[in-house]
Structures are given as structure tokens and as C-alpha cells.
Write a protein that binds this ligand. Structure first.
Ligand code: DQQ
Length: 570
């Protein structure tokens, strides 16, 4: 294949240290602040086991892969400050997806096709297990975008420390013939190989306000031609950033290599909607002969999300070592830019999640990778107990600012469920009915980062409603009282969880980590992540409670909590 020859020939200068970008559709741009970093010594919000570098700004996970027993994570990074800008691909490696070691930056501006920045992209394994990366290069101060290829310099290095740019870069570019706007042409996916011997890759784009995943095809991974039609597009959705397209099995949680297709396979298309700043996904059928993707009915309105809180620009990869598909995502801060500069850093990554299709075929399910359980220590387990209406029980014996907690509730009648006249947006419902609003069946759940006098807390809870003859289970993450400092983003988040409240348990797992509340409801059917910055409930001043602010009693059938050890995160 042509690819193996070009990287051997390529010797390029690595660092150009090029200046500041000018406009970006995705992030606030403060040119004068992009090189400012002034970390203060007051650091109660740094994470103990969620991925983050020692300082500065990070955003999207890029090119994750498993190579020769090592996990690779690249990410968008500003080496000069705590605000988005000066973007390079930073690189960390791990043996377990929990403990991470930093390496030198893998891709930095150095050639005409990326002088102004190295934006997001993905890795693909070529036959024989040779990894390559496609990424977006920024070629001018207007943020015009092209797609570039890099190859590892030394395939026998499992750490893949050095990457060589293809001499033929850029390999995909907008032109008048393909009618692509140069500032809306980015974030190539992992490529997949069809039975016809052609590689396919998607690039995020839009035409007017129609979001689209443009399809390119290649026989040799170097020469790419644009397909006549996008793989999929949708009116009114705006720019599609960081598309991801992958197969899932209809009857099993096992993962699949991105090129696999067949009768038991469904496909998932995820798009990060720039206008909404959320990651939406569609489940459907990929027709390889026609190269189109038809979403199942019910997905037209872009409703299903990976995470109903703060979570964006995610990307999956196939973990061949454990036969699973892993999802990585970026969580931005909820604090002001001024506070980010003060603390000297911004952005973290979620705990890597295994992701698979629920047996109903109607939604995906996510669960933190099992390796994270290695950090669990000093278990606390409660016997089954009734949590009376109005009751608050402290979970003692754990480090409440750094804990993994699983709680399950059982209800045995629904008479006191509050009535809804019509369907209501779950986030609006959570904003109107926070933890302090007394209900019938709920709110019941956890008070996290609670201060001693409850002046501060973040509440994650269930609340059951009746809508006509059906019952709806709402999961909320209520940040309205998370901090006495009111200039943070205190938006409450919510999602309906597809569980039958009488016949299934209402389970919640929450990973709590200093400024992170990452919650998995209904065994991973609904996920909500929040970033919070308590002023009183920090470190050993934080407390954890189970609470019930409804009138009906509920039963806690399980409460298990573990203090979490610190991981090596760079
Ligand atoms: N972030 C990158 C872009 C992408 C956006 C720039 C999504 O490639 O579209 O840092 O957060």
C-alpha cells in the first residue's frame, strides 16, 4: 500500500509555534487571553481520577486507539494557557484507561496544511495493525480547514511517540466543485473498509443550516474522492462537529471493529451539534452498496443524547484487547473564563465508558470501564432500609469528595406520582422542580458535595410522574445550590429513564470527583454529567447523603460506596 512508503521518506521540522487563531465556531475566543496561565495555589477542584493534564486548556479527545497492549489518547490542548487557542494534539498513554502517562505532543503546526492549528480527528487501523491518523489542519487566519494524514515513524514503538506528516497533505480540501464552505469542513472519523476494497471516512460539515456528514472514499488512504452524496444530513441542525460512525451488535454488548457489517449489525451515527453543544446519536441501517445511512423511525428530531449534562465532542474506538467499544468525551468547565485563568486549567475528560446497544434496540447503554473499580477502597454497604418521606441519611465512612456510589430504590405503589398534563422537556422539568420542591414519588436520590448546614449541595435524584396511563421516571442533576458562588453555570439537567418503576429497580451510580458529578441512571440508560464548584463542601468538608423529599416512602435496596484512590493522571 502506498501509505507505507511515504512516511519513510518524510522528514519534517516539528515545531512552528504558530500564533493565535482568529475565530472558532466551537469555543469562545479571547485572543489576548489564550497565552495566559497563572495557576493559583488554591486548587480544590482538580480531579483525582478523571483525566486532565497538569495545567492549561483541553478539549476534544482525538484518535483514541489500542496498539500493542497500550491505550493511546490524544487531545486538543493549548500549551500556552487556560483558554482555547494555539491548538496541538497532546498525547498520553495508559495500560488500563485509568492511569495515564504524558508523552511529547504528537501533532503540532509545522506545514502549510496545518500552520494555524491541528484540530480534531481520528485513528484508523490499516490491515496488519498499522495505525494512521486523519486530522483537520487549519490553513489560514480565517480558519479554513483541510484534512491531513500522519503515520507513526516507528511501528515497533508501542508508545508511538513520533508521527510523520504525509508529504501529499492536504488529502481532502474544499473547492468550488465540491461546494464546501472552507470553515465548515472538519473532524474526520475513523475510516472503515468496504467489501469492495474502498476505505470510507466522514467529515463534519454544513450547507446553510443543513448539518451533514460528507463521505470520502479511497483505495490507498492517500487519494480521496468525495462521494456524490453525504452519508447523512439533516435540515436545521447546523454544523456537525466530530461525527462518529460505528457498528453495534443487536444482541450483544460486545464491540465490533469499525469495518464490520452484517445481518446482526446496526449502525450508530453520532454528531456533536455545534449550535446546541450536545452529542446526539441516531441508530439505523447502513447500506454499504448505496453508501447511505437510514435512521430508524423516531430519531428524526435529534432527541437521544450520550449525556444530558456537560459532555461534548466525544469519540469511540474499538478496544480489540477486551472486545468492547469505548466512548471518550470532553467535559468543559462551568466556571467563568476569569476563574479558569485563575486556576490555570480548564477541561477534563469523562471516565471512559463501554458503550453498546440496549436489547430493546431503541437506545445505547453506557457504563464506566470496569478498570476504574481498581481505585475503589474502604467499601461501605447499607442493609436494605426504608427511606421515609422527608428523611435525610448521611453516608458516613467515605471520602465524600472522591467516591464511587451505587444506590438502588424500590417503590411498591405509584398513587402519589405527580401528574403531567402533557409531555414536558425533562431539563425544564428538573429546573422547575429541583430537590427542594417537595413531591409525591420523589425527589429521592443523593445529595452530593453537601456542606454541613446544607447551604451547598448538588442533588441527583429520581422523581416519578404520571402522564395519561403511563409513568415517567425523571432523573435530575440539580446544580442550583451547588455553590455559594453564583457566577458559575448552575443549569440543572434532566432526562427520562426508560424503566418500569414498579417492576424494575431505580438504580443510580455516581462518580464524584472534586468538581465532577458523573451519574448513570437505570444501569446506564441515562447519563448526566455536571461540573460544580462548592465553596464550603470541599475536600474533607464535603458530605454525602441519601434523601427523600417526596411524601411517599421508598426502599433503598442497595447502597454501596467506595472511597476512590487517586489515579495517575499525567
Ligand atoms: N473542537 C475542535 C474542532 C471541533 C471542535 C477545535 C469541537 O476540530 O470541531 O479545537 O469541540
Amino acid at each position: 500500500m502506498a501509505v507505507s512508503s511515504f512516511w519513510l521518506l518524510a522528514i519534517f521540522s516539528l515545531f512552528f509555534g504558530h500564533g493565535v487563531l482568529h475565530v472558532d465556531a466551537s469555543h469562545h475566543v479571547y485572543r489576548n487571553l489564550q497565552t495566559v496561565s497563572s495557576a493559583s495555589s488554591y486548587q480544590p477542584y482538580r480531579t483525582a481520577y478523571h483525566f486532565q493534564p497538569p495545567q492549561n486548556w483541553i478539549n476534544d479527545p482525538n484518535g483514541p486507539m489500542y496498539y500493542k497492549g497500550v491505550y493511546h489518547l490524544f487531545y486538543q490542548y493549548n500549551p500556552k494557557g487556560a483558554i482555547w487557542g494555539n491548538i496541538v494534539w497532546a498525547h498520553s498513554i495508559s495500560k488500563d484507561l485509568v492511569n495515564w502517562t504524558p508523552l511529547d505532543h504528537a501533532i503540532q503546526p509545522s506545514q502549510r496544511s496545518d500552520f494555524y492549528g491541528c484540530w480534531s480527528g481520528s485513528a484508523t487501523m490499516l490491515p496488519g495493525g498499522r495505525p494512521v491518523i486523519l486530522y483537520t489542519g487549519i490553513i489560514d487566519a480565517k480558519n479554513s480547514q483541510v484534512q491531513n494524514l500522519v503515520m507513526p515513524k516507528n511501528l515497533s514503538d508501542p508508545y508511538l511517540r513520533e508521527w510523520v506528516k504525509a508529504p501529499k497533505n492536504p488529502l481532502m480540501a474544499p473547492n468550488s466543485a465540491n461546494k464546501i464552505n472552507a470553515t465548515s469542513f472538519r473532524d474526520p472519523t475513523t475510516a472503515w473498509l468496504g467489501k469492495d476494497g474502498w476505505w470510507r471516512v466522514l467529515v463534519g460539515s454544513k450547507r446553510d443550516s443543513r448539518g451533514m456528514a460528507i463521505l470520502f472514499k479511497s483505495k490507498d488512504f492517500v487519494n480521496w474522492v468525495q462521494a456524490k452524496h453525504p452519508l447523512h444530513s439533516a435540515k436545521g441542525t447546523g454544523m456537525w462537529e466530530c461525527p462518529d460512525f460505528f457498528p453495534v451488535l443487536s444482541e450483544s454488548p460486545s464491540g465490533l471493529d469499525t469495518s464490520v457489517n452484517g445481518p446482526d449489525v446496526r449502525h450508530v451515527l453520532k454528531v456533536s451539534l455545534d449550535d446546541k453543544k450536545h452529542d446526539y446519536y441516531l441508530i439505523g441501517t447502513y447500506n454499504a452498496a448505496k453508501d447511505n445511512f437510514i435512521p430508524d423511525s423516531g430519531f428524526e428530531s435529534y432527541v437521544l443524547r450520550y449525556d444530558y449534562g456537560k459532555y461534548y465532542a466525544s469519540k469511540t474506538f474499538f478496544d480489540e484487547g477486551k472486545n468492547r467499544r469505548i466512548l471518550l468525551g470532553w467535559m468543559n468547565e462551568s466556571s467563568s473564563e476569569a476563574d479558569d485563568i485563575k486556576k490555570g486549567w480548564a477541561g477534563i475528560h469523562a471516565i471512559p465508558r463501554a458503550i453498546w446497544l440496549h436489547k430493546s434496540g431503541k437506545q445505547l447503554v453506557q457504563w464506566p470501564v470496569e478498570e476504574i473499580e481498581k481505585l475503589r477502597t474502604k467499601p461501605v454497604n447499607w442493609p436494605t432500609k426504608v427511606l421515609k418521606g422527608g428523611e435525610l441519611l448521611q453516608v458516613t465512612g467515605v471520602t465524600a469528595a472522591q467516591v464511587d456510589v451505587e444506590i438502588s430504590f424500590e417503590v411498591n405503589e405509584l398513587r402519589r406520582a405527580e401528574t403531567l398534563d402533557k409531555w414536558v422537556d425533562p431539563q425544564d422539568l428538573c429546573s422547575r422542580k429541583g430537590a427542594a420542591a417537595k413531591g409525591g414519588m420523589g425527589p429521592f436520590g443523593l445529595l452530593i458535595f453537601a456542606s454541613k448546614g446544607l447551604q451547598e449541595y448538588t442533588a441527583v435524584f429520581f422523581r416519578i410522574f404520571r402522564l395519561q396511563s403511563k409513568h415517567l421516571v425523571l432523573l435530575c442533576s440539580d446544580q442550583s445550590r451547588s455553590s455559594l458562588k453564583k457566577d458559575n453555570d448552575l443549569t440543572s439537567y434532566g432526562a427520562f429513564v426508560d424503566v418500569d418503576p414498579l417492576n424494575e429497580k431505580l438504580s443510580l451510580r455516581t462518580l464524584i470527583d472534586h468538581s465532577v458529578v458523573e451519574s448513570f441512571g437505570g444501569e446506564g440508560k441515562a447519563v448526566i454529567t455536571s461540573r460544580v464548584y462548592p465553596t464550603l463542601a470541599i475536600n474533607d468538608k464535603a458530605q454525602l447523603y441519601a434523601f427523600n423529599n417526596g411524601t411517599a416512602d421508598v426502599k433503598i435496596t442497595r447502597l454501596s460506596a467506595w472511597s476512590m484512590k487517586k489515579a495517575q493522571i499525567n
